[in-house]
Design a protein around this ligand. Structure first.
Ligand SMILES: Cc1ncc(C[n+]2csc(CCOP(=O)(O)OP(=O)(O)O)c2C)c(N)n1
Ligand SMILES: [Mg+2]
Length: 325
């Protein structure tokens, strides 16, 4: 980690990452309890990619996500209350209880509701980037996708379109080595995915995706390029998920030595150690900060549980249908 970052900002980065970790842990617990409907794809271990990429965006900037959207959404500013309520399929959810775990978002803070089709968010991000450019705004779009999506046709067509039109889109690939249970070596010959940017004339960087400060520094460079009209950047963020791919996945397909090596590079531990080593704050103050976040999550669970379900007629709003308005 570099020295130039402001201490207060590091605390802010840590707080957001802690929020995401504890939110996801709470969801897992509620899910196992059987009181939460649907399925889950969790992001423990990938907090630094979400927070590092999105921390310096403006509210008016945009973000597209994946089937693993909780960290991205919380980092972009979707409220914990509305995320939690969405998980309980409640009317107060960020998508009015109609989206569920894989389709969270809130357009009012630039979090385009997530798309669960692998690679599905990438062309959408290009469309949003084109809109930003045509409307002559200086807004930018961060587009998250996994390593698995980089072998989809939509990925290649989207990168090419964004490159030729010089769009303000930042492609942020969370390379966690697996597409579900398939290791990247089984499906991709090249070592670094970032080099695919060369095929489309897009500048790229390979980033330690578990070090939030390094991710944030790369994000700031890419945001600056996008905002000043210099166009697209492709960032490959090397990371690892601590959770299974989805519910009930014990990760039997993963090598234990590989798991151990990556688990030792936990993004929260790296950041916490940095804060304490640099004496940005004391352990006691940090624990107070953590307690505040834990309370916020507990309150969100109460809020979600006590919120109403959508009414039957709500099925006819926010959708296109023949004869609809
Ligand atoms: C087009 C499509 N194919 C298959 C699936 C089923 N599926 C959901 S997530 C996933 C793996 C995606 O891997 P990656 O893009 O690396 O993201 P990660 O899960 O690692 O975050 C698959 C195959 C899907 N949702 N969409
Ligand atoms: Mg993956």
């Amino acid at each position: 980690m570099k020295e130039k970052i402001d201490g207060q900002k590091v605390l802010g980065l840590y707080e957001k990452m802690f929020l995401i970790r504890k939110y996801e842990e709470k969801i897992y617990f509620l899910f196992l309890e059987g009181i939460m409907p649907g399925t889950i794809h969790q992001s423990q271990g990938q907090e630094a990619t979400a927070v590092g990429m999105l921390y310096d965006l403006r509210k008016e900037d945009y973000m597209t996500s994946t089937h693993r959207p909780a960290g991205h959404c919380l980092a972009k500013g979707v409220t914990v209350d509305s995320m939690m309520a969405e998980m309980f399929a409640k009317k107060t959810g960020c998508c009015k209880g109609k989206g569920g775990a894989m389709h969270t978002g809130d357009i009012s803070v630039g979090a385009i509701p997530a798309i669960a089709i692998v690679g599905g968010g990438i062309p959408v991000a290009v469309g949003v980037g084109l809109s930003c450019k045509m409307r002559k705004t200086d807004n930018v779009v961060v587009c998250f996708f996994g390593d698995g999506a980089t072998n989809e046709g939509a990925f290649h067509e989207s990168l090419n379109a964004a490159a030729i039109w010089n769009l303000p889109v930042i492609f942020a690939c969370e390379n966690n080595l697996y597409g579900a249970s398939t290791h990247i070596r089984q499906v991709t010959k090249i070592k670094d995915l970032a080099v695919r940017g060369d095929a489309y004339g897009i500048p790229w960087e390979i980033v330690d995706g578990n070090d939030v400060i390094k991710v944030n520094e790369a994000a700031i460079r890419a945001i600056e390029r996008a905002r000043n009209g210099s166009g697209t950047t492709f960032l490959e963020l090397k990371t690892y998920r601590r959770s299974g791919h989805s519910r009930n996945d014990a990760c039997g397909y993963r090598d234990k030595k590989e798991e151990k090596e990556w688990f030792e590079k936990d993004p929260l531990t790296i950041c916490k150690n940095y804060i304490l080593e640099k004496k940005i704050t004391t352990l006691q103050k940090l624990e107070e900060l953590e307690k505040k976040v834990l309370d916020e999550i507990d309150n969100a669970v109460e809020y979600a549980k006590s919120s109403p379900y959508p009414e039957p007629q709500d099925a006819l709003t926010d959708v296109y249908f023949e004869g609809g308005k």
